[in-house]
Design a protein around this ligand. Structure first.
Ligand code: URA
Length: 241
């Protein structure tokens, strides 16, 4: 792919278009060993070697990260009052990253951060029914009857009942531990499903979305790039169609 030098650098997160132009005019950028002079220089993203302040740049059209979202931050790209999931990213950060889907402010766990709008759509569009798996702690005893209700679909006050969901009871006690699999992404869905059965969610963490599993080595607030295999597996169902 051929792309203007200033666009190339701005897309990779080295600054705004005007900031990277300034860097170019100061002689901080080189292309194939020569100091770049013009922001409009065409870069071949496959073959040209671009250094920014002496450091090698690597062009990727799409970037994919898994974040272990901590409680207390919002799933947005920017917010006037609240800290966002993108505020957790340090250093170079391309400007077109966004969270693919939302977790509530108090929910923890797996959040995909990417600039691949096509993949986000395939994962999130209502008709796609991608499984999402959550671990939850519930105030009160969760019973096998609740699991039957979840499997039949629950009226949570929307036009339609929820689609069948799987409720696995890991421990049933005054504070119950469960795992829930849903294939929709309705607003506050898990909390509203439990509320409809007369119980409240005390803690919620997403463990998996489609094929992508939360890397348990990531502490809340930490993130890492997806491996090539993880990206391939996420994109695979679409390629098969
Ligand atoms: N269901 C909820 O209630 N909250 C979330 O953050 C995700 C699913």
């Amino acid at each position: 792919m051929k792309i203007r030098l200033d666009k190339y650098l701005a897309e990779l997160g080295y600054g705004t278009r005007s900031q990277v132009k300034q860097h170019i005019s100061k002689g901080n950028v080189s292309v194939n060993g020569s100091t770049a002079k013009r922001p409009e220089t065409r870069i071949d993203t496959e073959t040209d070697r671009v250094l920014f302040c002496g450091a090698e740049t690597v062009y990727e059209q799409y970037e994919y990260y898994m974040l272990n979202k901590p409680a207390g931050v919002v799933s947005a790209t920017e917010d006037r009052k609240e800290k966002t999931v993108l505020d957790l990213f340090e250093g170079r950060k391309r400007k077109d990253l966004f969270p693919a889907g939302r977790l509530d402010k108090d929910t923890e766990g797996l959040l995909l951060i990417t600039n691949d709008g096509g993949l986000a759509h395939r994962l999130l569009a209502p008709g796609k029914h991608v499984d999402k798996i959550y671990y939850a702690e519930i105030d009160g005893k969760v019973t096998p009857e609740d699991a039957v209700l979840f499997s039949e679909g629950i009226d949570i006050g929307d036009e339609k009942k929820t689609l069948p969901a799987r409720l696995e009871i890991l421990r049933s006690a005054e504070r119950s531990f469960v795992r829930v699999t849903v294939c929709e992404g309705r607003f506050h869905q898990i909390k509203r499903m439990f509320h409809a059965t007369g119980k409240e969610v005390l803690y919620l963490k997403r463990l998996q979305m489609g094929s992508l599993k939360l890397d348990e080595a990531l502490k809340p607030g930490e993130y890492r790039k997806l491996t090539e295999k993880e990206v391939e597996e996420l994109c695979l169902p679409e390629k098969k169609q």
